[in-house]
Design a protein around this ligand. Structure first.
Ligand code: AMP
Length: 396
């Protein structure tokens, strides 16, 4: 009997989920937001209850202490010694980490060095790791990388058409992201289809606030839409996705206030995508409501969002030379049935076809017609479970 906690630390937040392993039962989960502020909020969910408190939380160490004490306070654990493992999601593993690893001083230093590839994420991930090491130094501590699943991409897919030195001296290449999610839903899809993953060609579409698609051949990522950073790929909630890079210096030259490339990248990351086109929301539910109400900007954003997704699916049908299934996952992919229908409507020539009776809100599993050559699936993602499983696997 062991309890394992999966941690997803952001710059000012820390999401966590506590599992009973190996049963994989979720005992509790929660989120601490606004870390660093006097009015941080901690929410703990367990046994159908949700408990929130607002208090000052100076840093990630304080946040970790609070969450552990809350586990005792709510009777979810009676002693810290019950927690035997912790798994930390880390966004960038660079070329160093091709799989999950036990945390050592060296591994922690490498995670911090890789901050150049994920400046918003890796420092926060490292802060979460440090906090647990300080408070529970003896438990199994594991890092699980968003990029690791994509380590199998062939060079033809991960290299950019640039001079060699930019790759060899500066590590500029495609790394991808959302790897744990793509891996998990690919495995689930194989179960649903009743075939070994090794025999399947899948396109996994993680469509949440961040969006990435992956071509999965025989269980291995062979191409993915996020790139050197998570800014690449289709349009997202607040990120532009792929644009002509020549736009960047053009904006620096012409737009007052956008003084350098970093300022433009900030706009492309945080003020673009659905938010940029609508001018008011990055949220799919709001966007759908805007379309319903006849707002032309919402309609345009919705149509563009579907268009970019459809084009990436087309690319990956080409990469794989046909696929067995397209798998929708994450907040939008799992819930936005109309969007799924709109995307697949434009792919019927390729053998995809949705059954409107199956493609309803709340459904999971196969949503394509029986006759469809390429099946379409909805699979809820579970990145935390992958993290908890990797901790178990490395606990030995
Ligand atoms: P994620 O980043 O995976 O949490 O996904 C967040 C996105 O999922 C947001 O754009 C939400 O609006 C969207 N989403 C969540 N629930 C629904 C729903 N019922 N219908 C449409 N979109 C949803």
């Amino acid at each position: 009997m062991s309890k394992t906690i999966a941690i997803n630390a952001g710059s000012s937040s820390l999401k966590w989920q506590l599992y009973q392993m190996p049963e994989e039962t979720v005992l509790a989960k929660g989120i601490i937001e606004r870390i660093g502020l006097d009015d941080a909020i901690s929410t703990v969910k367990f046994d159908g209850r949700s408990e929130s408190q607002t208090l000052s939380i100076k840093d990630h160490t304080v946040a970790v202490k609070l969450l552990l004490e809350d586990l005792k306070r709510f009777g979810i654990i009676s002693d810290f010694s019950e927690i035997t493992g912790v798994g930390h999601r880390v966004v960038a593993g660079g070329e160093i980490f091709k799989q999950s690893a036990l945390v050592t001083d060296e591994v922690l230093a490498q995670v911090e060095e890789l901050a150049a590839l994920a400046p918003l994420h890796n420092p926060a991930n490292a802060a979460g790791i440090r906090a647990f090491r300080e408070i529970l130094p003896d438990i199994t501590s594991v890092v699980v990388f968003d990029t690791a699943f994509h380590a199998s991409m062939p060079e033809v897919a991960y290299r950019y058409p640039l001079e060699d030195k930019y790759y060899t001296d500066y590590q500029v290449r495609k790394y991808g992201a959302h790897g744990t999610s793509h891996f998990y839903v690919a495995q689930q899809a194989a179960d649903i289809l009743g075939k070994p993953l090794e025999d399947l060609k899948l396109i996994t579409a993680h469509i949440g606030n961040g969006v990435s698609l992956t071509a999965v051949d025989g269980g291995k990522s062979v191409d993915t839409s996020m790139g050197f950073t998570p800014l690449a790929g289709p349009m997202m909630g607040t990120r532009s996705g792929d644009i002509d890079p020549a736009i960047i210096p053009y904006l620096v030259e012409h737009v007052p206030g956008l003084d350098d490339a970093a300022a433009v990248i900030n706009v492309l990351n945080k003020e673009s995508g659905i938010l940029g086109v609508t001018g008011r929301t990055n949220d799919m539910r709001d966007l759908e409501a805007g379309v319903e109400a006849g707002d032309p900007k919402c309609q345009l954003a919705y149509d563009m969002f579907a268009d970019r997704l459809k084009k990436f699916i087309g690319q990956y049908l080409a990469v794989l030379n046909g696929a067995d299934a397209l798998v929708f996952t994450a907040g939008i992919g799992e819930n936005a049935a109309n969007l799924r229908a709109k995307i697949v409507e434009g792919l019927t020539w390729f053998g995809l076809d949705i059954d409107p009776e199956k493609n309803v809100f709340g459904t999971t599993g196969i949503i394509s017609t029986d006759a469809a050559r390429v099946k379409v699936l909805v699979v809820p993602t579970d990145e935390e479970l992958v993290i908890a499983r990797d901790v178990e696997a490395l606990r030995g």
